[in-house]
Design a protein around this ligand. Structure first.
Ligand SMILES: [Zn+2]
Ligand SMILES: [Zn+2]
Length: 434
């Protein structure tokens, strides 16, 4: 197990949107906590004797990134990913915390599974926040015990992977969750419209001879869940938003003051349905990659605050599920190790500034989940990510830390990456000398 150590991060660009800080400075980590943040003109604090000192000129020192939507596959599908390997992948991508979805085997729908996940993550390279199920066994029939799961450490509930088809059950989930102050996350999909679909419905799906998933399959459920959140007054978070009309609906709901938040994933602002044209199953996901118009609206929504968070929906699958015919292949791609360069592209292209990017990947998810982190106040746990916005690399399959390699970005040249990840004062990823 790696130990916390004293680290001095010198002369970096300190970006901390929660504290409205964006300045050059240095940061001292010791005993697992942030002990001092200071500029060259301020009095230097006294340093511990044994100290790792690194010069970070031109690099960003940001609060540890938090991915509020990952699938760690443990328990049940350890051949795709484990809590340990998923957290190593998280650290390699610059994340110090992840929230893991409940569609494991067994499903995380009770306190014993929540506890098991937390026990297994004790020495992991990232903090793990379990998300419990809305319905028992993800069956969509009766509610799981939210109170018990929360007590055991769950931070939210969702049936992610499946929609909650029964509107009355979703209404009760929102009311019940609200009374336990735990957030409901919606996987918004009208299954009757999307069933058996393999990609976005449109000209491309027709020309490829594949059954499409229409954008309304997402939007109808987004509308229903926004309406339920407005009606009940209960907080709701919408997962993986991918379409223009979903964003219009969220924007309207926010204007009305509904207690709603939303996330999108890096692939929805980086790729369009064109990425599946060669029947590349590594670009098959649900919701599917959409059109250029949708992509542009996702970027607008990240800019104007309609979307609050970038989360990867990291979904590891082995070649058993992916190296098969396109319409039979499993949905989902890994995302932890490519999120930073993809989000940085938004910054480089002038869509968002550095502080907004950091907010979308740290302060935003911390606020929505109600967990620590997302800022770097003195005395708080030393969860820190150092980003080199200029460092470019080619994503080689052999370098992927995640146990699964289902990424559409393999072979791509990516610019910018996390070069140092510190979780609770422990170095969990280090490319400083690479
Ligand atoms: Zn989902
Ligand atoms: Zn998911």
């Amino acid at each position: 197990m790696i130990r916390p150590q004293a680290i001095l991060l010198k002369n970096g660009r300190i970006i901390d949107p929660a504290n409205r800080i964006d300045k050059k400075g240095s940061l001292l980590v010791d005993k697992g906590k942030i002990q001092a943040v200071f500029t060259s003109r301020q009095k230097t604090p006294s340093f511990p004797k044994k100290l790792l000192s690194v010069d970070l000129k031109g690099k960003w020192i940001v609060p540890g990134l938090i991915d509020m939507h990952v699938h760690l596959r443990e328990p049940g599908e350890e051949y795709k990913e484990t809590i340990e390997t998923g957290c190593r992948a998280a650290a390699a991508g610059g994340f110090t915390a992840v929230a893991c979805m409940p569609n494991t085997n067994p499903v995380n729908d009770c306190q014993s599974v929540t506890r098991l996940i937390l026990e297994k993550s004790e020495n992991a390279y990232a903090r793990v926040y379990p998300v419990g199920a809305i319905s028992k066994g993800l069956q969509g029939e009766s509610l799981a015990e939210f109170g018990e799961m929360k007590q055991a450490g769950a931070v939210a509930v969702t049936d992610d992977g499946k929609p909650v088809t029964d509107s009355q059950l979703m209404r009760r989930a929102l009311e019940y969750a609200s009374s336990h102050t735990i957030k409901v996350i919606s996987h918004s999909e009208d299954f009757n419209l999307s069933r058996n679909g393999a990609m976005n419905e449109g000209f491309t799906s027709t020309s490829m001879g594949l059954k499409g998933i229409p954008h309304i399959a997402e939007e109808i459920m987004v509308y229903r869940d926004l309406a339920l959140a407005g009606y009940t007054g209960s907080p709701l978070h919408l997962a993986h938003i991918s379409t223009k009309e979903s964003i219009n609906l969220i924007r309207l709901a926010k204007q009305k003051g509904y207690p709603v938040t939303a996330e999108t994933a890096p692939h929805y602002f980086s790729l369009t349905e064109d990425a599946v044209k060669n029947y590349n199953t590594s670009a098959k996901m649900n919701p599917p990659l959409r059109t250029q118009q949708d992509l542009e609206e996702v970027i607008n929504a990240l800019k104007d605050g309609t979307i609050d968070v970038i989360a990867t929906d990291h979904a590891p699958h082995s070649i058993l599920e992916k190296d098969i015919e396109f319409d039979q292949a499993a949905n989902g791609i890994i995302g932890l190790e490519t999120a930073v360069p993809l989000a940085l592209a938004l910054f480089r292209n002038g869509h968002i500034d550095a502080a907004r990017m950091v907010e979308l990947l740290s302060a935003g998810p911390a606020r929505i989940l109600g967990v620590n982190g997302g800022s770097r106040s003195i005395g708080t746990a030393a969860d820190i990510t150092v980003i080199d916005p200029e460092r470019s690399f080619i994503l080689h399959e052999k370098d992927i830390v995640s146990k699964s390699k289902n990424s559409p970005f393999i072979g791509a040249k990516l610019q910018g990456r996390a070069i140092l990840t510190i979780c609770g004062g422990r170095i969990t990823h280090n490319l400083l000398s690479a």
